[in-house]
Design a protein around this ligand. Sequence first.
Ligand code: DQA
Length: 148
Amino acid sequence: MANPTILIVNGPNLNMLGKRQPEVYGRETLADIETAARSHAASLGLDVEFRQSNHEGDLVDWIQGARGRCAGIIVNAGAYTHTSIAILDALLAAEVTCVEVHLSNIHQREEFRHSSFVSKAAKGMICGFGSHGYILALDALARLIRES
Ligand code: DQA
């Protein structure tokens, strides 16, 4: 049987990782994160679809497309985390277990980063561990999938 598929969705400005505020987000690029996520997922018997867009509608389309197809979604919606009811609605409509990830600890940062629309649809949230958060999210999903 085919491995369960995990959709990993990255939002705006995450294509700039490595160059963007490295003191906040680290020096790894998104390509580095993708490589590590793919290799860890393979060790867990999971397949990964890894995507990034600066456009809200792309994220909505990809999340909708996971419905009935993917076993889990990992979402780092970037700044849309704090603004996008459309992404929240897409996650609710998709009915796929979601883990929210942020590289930085959003609760230690500006007030406007403390609230998350994504959290309302997520099983849980991992923030503050840098790129390792994606690995932790894969572990969490692997366990949930095994238990279901
Ligand atoms: C982020 C946190 C957001 O507040 C910010 O807008 C980002 C990245 C993170 O991964 O820490 O773009 O989601």
